[in-house]
Design a protein around this ligand. Structure first.
Ligand SMILES: C[S@@+](CC[C@H](N)C(=O)[O-])C[C@H]1O[C@@H](n2cnc3c(N)ncnc32)[C@H](O)[C@@H]1O
Length: 270
């Protein structure tokens, strides 16, 4: 993990979450929001980004900041965070849990998946609902970020979880978080593109930006799973997402929504 004094160079960009960012030199982490993306570097990345914008004029820089990592942590983390059955903390501490509460100890660093974002929260709610009625033993988590959904699934009873992310820093962060939560043996982390990594599983969790979902949901890959939890898109995209879903996918109720972000719980029917 980073030193609290370590300076972070944060660049705010307008224009969604462009996949090519992940190949930028020195990139530590990416936080996608509705219309903006925040890129984190440990040294100034002005010249790297300048050449990026020349090649991708569809994206633009709106602001940039410089702040110590410790300050970012205070902004990014409010704890304990309670989401359904999950209580999320960022540091080792004794926390009072009721009989059905589950502790998630997640240090996000600069990686997406602290539990604050509505898409993460929707997926955690989806997991909680699904595991109250079934017990998927195997789970595939695409775009794992901090590993939060993979860890939650393991703690809910999944025996084997495969978790994939493009960003190597996400894999390191997720590995540390798995260790903290005592689930290192049941979660296998894979650094790679979710488009190429589709191991078998009963349950698929995918919380990746809409550009990814648009192509992913449009093919019949979903039909290989028994259930799926799909997050990462705004309410206005829901009709489009419904049209993209293959005929094997039945949308279960409730459709989860928070601050305009939607999460779907799907059951595949033959
Ligand atoms: C919105 S975050 C979700 C993190 C976490 N699963 C959660 O629910 O909070 C999306 C993650 O997907 C990763 N990602 C984006 N495109 C990807 C791709 N094509 N293949 C694998 N991972 C990808 C990003 O690096 C990021 O960590």
């Amino acid at each position: 993990m980073l030193d609290p004094e370590q300076l972070l160079y944060v660049y705010e960009l307008k224009g969604g979450v462009p996949p090519p960012f992940l190949n930028l030199e020195g990139l530590l982490g990416v936080w996608p929001e509705a219309d903006y993306t925040y890129l984190f570097f440990t040294s100034p990345a002005d010249s790297t980004l300048e050449s990026f914008f020349r090649e991708h004029p569809e994206y633009s820089l709106t602001r940039h900041y410089r702040l110590p990592y410790g300050y970012w942590q205070q902004l990014a983390v409010q704890e304990p965070l309670v989401i359904d059955r999950f209580k999320i903390v960022t540091s080792k501490q004794s926390v009072k849990l009721s009989s059905d509460e589950i502790l998630l100890w997640i240090d996000p660093g600069v990686i997406f998946g602290s539990g604050l974002h509505p898409t993460t929260r929707g997926c955690l709610r989806g997991l909680s609902i699904l595991y109250s009625e079934a017990t998927p033993a195997t789970v595939l988590d695409l775009g794992t970020g901090t590993g939060i959904l993979a860890i939650a699934a393991a703690k809910l009873g999944a025996q084997q979880v495969e978790a994939v992310d493009l960003n190597p820093m996400a894999i390191t962060t997720a590995a540390d978080n798995c260790e903290r939560n005592g689930v290192r043996d049941s979660v296998r982390l894979i650094r790679g593109d979710a488009r190429d990594q589709l191991p078998e599983a009963e349950l698929l969790c995918v919380n990746i930006h809409f550009d990814f979902l648009e192509t992913f949901l449009g093919n019949s890959a979903l039909c290989r799973y028994r259930w799926a939890i799909v997050g990462g898109f705004l309410k206005e995209k829901l009709p489009e997402v419904r049209l993209l879903l293959p005929s094997c996918a039945m949308v279960k109720k409730p459709v989860l929504e928070e601050k305009g972000w939607v999460t779907l719980l799907l059951e595949m029917v033959s």
